[in-house]
Design a protein around this ligand. Sequence first.
Ligand SMILES: Nc1ncnc2c1ncn2[C@@H]1O[C@H](COP(=O)(O)OP(=O)(O)O)[C@@H](O)[C@H]1O
Ligand SMILES: [Mg+2]
Length: 380
Amino acid sequence: MNSKEKERYIENFAFPFCDESTKYEKVAKIGQGTFGEVFKARDKGNPNKYVAMKRVIMENEKEGFPITALREIRILQLLKHENVVNLIQICRTKASASNKYRSTFYLVFDFCEHDLAGLLSNVNVKFSLGEIKKVMQQLLNGLYYIHSNKILHRDMKAANVLITKNGVLKLADFGLARAFSANKNGEPNRFTNRVVTLWYRPPELLLGERNYGPPVDMWGAGCIMAEMWTRSPIMQGSSEQQQLIFISQLCGSITPAVWPGVENLELYKSMELPQAQKRKVKDRLKPYMKDPYACDLLDKLLVLDPSRRADSDTALNHDFFWTDPMPCSLSNMLANHHQSMFEFLAPPRRPSHMRTHHSLPGTRPTTSAVQDSSYQDRVF
Ligand SMILES: Nc1ncnc2c1ncn2[C@@H]1O[C@H](COP(=O)(O)OP(=O)(O)O)[C@@H](O)[C@H]1O
Ligand SMILES: [Mg+2]
C-alpha cells in the first residue's frame, strides 16, 4: 500500500464501535477543566436529547490513546448507578489530511443541567433544609456505590457534582479515579498522594499518606456538605502548608492523641502543624447550618483520623437524614431556574464569612497533579 492508498484507507475506515462526532451538534461550551473542554451538544438523530462531550486531550501523546483517559473510560463503563454520571459512548472525528490523520476523541455523557459549584454561586438558588438533605443523601449514595465497587473518586468537589433539572445528583469527573483493594500480602498500597483539589484534600494526603482509601472521598463530602450553607469552599489554602493550618484551626491540632499513627506519616515532621488548637467544627459552622443534626454529621465527616471518619454507610444512617424535615426533591425549586448553571459559566464565588479568617487566593485551584508547577508526575 503506498501512502496515498493508506490515507484513503484510513479516511474510509468505518469503526463499528466508535461513532463519528458529527452525529452530535455542539451547542455551547460548558467546561474548561484541567484535562480538556466540555461541550453541550444535541443528538441530531434525536433532537430532544442533549449530551455533554468531553474532549480527550491528545496533544503531547507519543504513545497513542492516553492511559489516563482509558482508565477514566474503564471506570465509567463499570459504574452504572442513578447517582453516577452515565457514559453513553466514545466518539471520534474522522481522520483526514486536515487533522494530520489524528482523530479527536470525545467521552459522551447524558447531559445534566447544572453542576453544584454553579448552583452555589448563584444567590438566587436557595436550598431548603430538606433539599440540602436530598443533595447529601444522593451524594453519599453515589459514594457508597463507587466505594462498594472498589473505586476511589479522588477529586470530590462541587464542580464535579452534577444535578439534573429533575434534581437527580450525579457524581462526575472520574479523571483521577482509580480502583483500590485491600493491601495484598500485608504490603501497604503505594498510591500517589498528589490527588484531590487542594481545598478538598484530606489531612492524610497532605501529610504524605500513600496507603489511603475511601475516607479521602468522605473528607471531600464533608467539605461539600458545609459548602451547601456557606456557599463557598470552607478551607481555601493557597499551599499545602496553609491548607494544613486551616484544617488544624477548624478540626483541632493534628496529634497522635487524636490520630494514633499520624507521627509515622512521611511529612508529619516536615510540615508545620499548629499546636493547642481546639476543635471548632460545630462552633464555627453552627451559625450557618443551624440544624444540630447537620452539625453533628459534619463533625463526623471532618474527622482528622481517616480510620475514625464516618464512611458513607454510617453517614447515610445518621439522624440528619431520618428526622423532619425529611429529604425532599429539588425538582420544584429547580423549575424556577431556566438557565443552566455551571462553574465555568459562573462569576467567581462571593466570599463567605468563613473566609475572613483566611487570606485567600483569587481563583479556584484545580487538581493538584496539574495545578502545582512542582507536580510534574502523571497520576497513575
Ligand atoms: N454530563 C455532564 N453534563 C453537564 N455538564 C457536565 C457534564 N460533564 C461535565 N460537565 C461540566 O464540565 C465540567 C468539566 O468536566 P469534568 O468531567 O469535571 O472534567 P475536568 O477533568 O476537565 O474537570 C464539569 O465541572 C461540569 O461543569
Ligand atoms: Mg472536573
